[in-house]
Design a protein around this ligand. Structure first.
Ligand SMILES: C[S@@+](CC[C@H](N)C(=O)[O-])C[C@H]1O[C@@H](n2cnc3c(N)ncnc32)[C@H](O)[C@@H]1O
Length: 235
């Protein structure tokens, strides 16, 4: 799979992409990243990429013609075009699973006030928001999306169950309302830390009991922190 980032700030990317799991995934040939500078497609001597909004108002708008020439140059038949956008569809683990499928991705990092709507209409397959807040640019959202997708690709994590049992992922925890639960709590050595002991059951070696305890804790944590995932109202 290949992910291309289209951005005005390519310098932001290498520091994140070339470490830890993402770095190893590239070395193993499981994912390829490319960072394309939108400025290279800018118009005129100043390589303009944006202009004032029709109708007035604050900020600048990224130009549809600049974006379309960039995308037309880098897309292939097998590319999905994703736009990072505060007003996009909320990003969830299910979206990450869908995007980790068969297609390559171009992730467009917006900046300034936004993007000419006509480009979105004509070219964008999916508008994604990573949360109900506004960031200065789409670079962090693009990295969030790329990171969450990469760790789902076969062979990226050492044990496949590492991603199967995580928050939002465990299908064995299906409830009538939702398939999503938060993950159970984790503990490691020492057995006692500042007066708090590791729960007995985790030291028992009884895998069935441990599994039951973890499911129970998952449910308790979800009820407390994200009751909406269980179809319950937030207090
Ligand atoms: C300053 S924001 C534009 C905000 C826009 N005027 C609005 O009110 O929705 C600039 C860029 O940051 C990115 N961005 C900001 N917040 C985001 C979020 N929550 N999720 C995804 N992308 C976001 C988008 O690419 C956006 O075009």
């Amino acid at each position: 799979m290949k992910i291309i980032f289209l951005t005005l700030f390519p310098e932001i990317f290498p520091a994140f992409l070339n470490f830890s799991i993402l770095k190893r995934a590239q070395e193993k040939g499981l994912i390829e990243f490319e960072v394309v500078n939108l400025r290279d497609f800018g118009l005129g001597v100043h390589k303009n990429v944006d202009d004032r909004p029709y109708g007035g108002g604050a900020g600048m708008v990224l130009k549809a013609d600049v974006l379309s020439s960039a995308v037309s140059k880098i897309k292939t038949r097998n590319t999905r075009i994703v736009l990072t956008s505060a007003s996009g569809t909320p990003y969830i683990q299910k979206t990450a699973r869908i995007l980790s499928g068969d297609k390559d991705l171009i992730i467009i990092c917006g900046h300034y006030e936004g993007i000419d709507e006509r480009f979105i209409e004509k070219y964008v397959d999916m508008e994604i928001s990573i949360g109900d807040y506004v960031l200065t640019g789409g670079e962090l959202p693009a990295l969030v999306i790329a990171d969450s997708i990469t760790r789902l690709l076969p062979g990226v994590l050492k044990k496949p169950e590492a991603s199967e049992n995580e928050s939002f992922s465990d299908p064995s925890l299906l409830t009538p309302h939702s398939s999503l639960l938060l993950e159970y709590p984790h503990y490691t050595r020492p057995e006692e830390f500042e007066g708090i002991n590791v729960p007995e059951v985790l030291l028992s070696g009884n895998h069935k009991e441990i599994e039951l305890w973890r499911k129970q804790k998952s449910l308790e944590k979800t009820k407390k922190i994200r009751p909406d995932l269980l179809g319950l109202k937030r207090v």
